[in-house]
Design a protein around this ligand. Sequence first.
Ligand SMILES: [Zn+2]
Length: 284
Amino acid sequence: MVNTQKTIGQEIGCAGIGMFRGENTTLHFKPALLNSGISFVRVDLPNRPRISAHVGSLSSNYRRIFLKRGDAEVECVEHLMAALAGLGIDNIEIEINGSEVPAGDGSAQLFVEILKKAEVVDLGGVKKVFVVKEPMGVNNGNASILAIPYEKGLALSYTLDFNNSFLQQQTYDIEVTEESFCREIASARTFGLSTYIEEFRRLGLGKGVTDENSIMVHEDGTMTKPVSQRPAELRFPGELVRHKILDLIGDLYLANVVIQGRIIAKRSGHSLNVRLAEMIVNNL
Ligand SMILES: [Zn+2]
């Protein structure tokens, strides 16, 4: 692992609808200086407020990550954060002209492609690394994340388990490198249980859910496209558990550090993931 900070070589943009609000937004990525970190700039608001993509800006983690500064908010940042983590980008400015990051295909693929196109470049300074020196962890009910020392780099293990139900327990293990992230994790799409649909409708969310950006999992264990209800084909075995790893990588990157350690997560979601990110920041 080369531990030097990185940004992108040139400005680049992309646009699309957000999964929750269904509004079209445009992202404009800009290179940033050494040690300037990752920030969103709400270019549609007066004075263009800048929101740091750091766990300290967290305002909510209800089914996606919200970051906030004053009244300015940006939401659904986790798949983009995973792409930045996977490509080792430490410093970047992301202009956005609305509150929700575009969903792309429900994975991190869009962001990986666009950022690779802009070319990841070396800034030379030392990357911030958090070395897990002793076991640390968080839990909530039957969900847990444990981090233990591991000399070789970052290894993740995630167990997906919806408790005695239709979905079989799945575990996925990965030694995270740029290459393994891009090959095994980046294109794993978002999924939702059909039982969540009512909750979403009641809250007026999910307006941007399409057949192309998510997978719906039904109570009999079948998977369909969420709108047409046609059968959904997975991109690879274990796509659902791989997506949980994608979320975990994105959420932990709100600590803005590279983690050296082995992380074992069971049934965790955004709220527990960010608690570990907070713990890491408090132990820096
Ligand atoms: Zn996700």
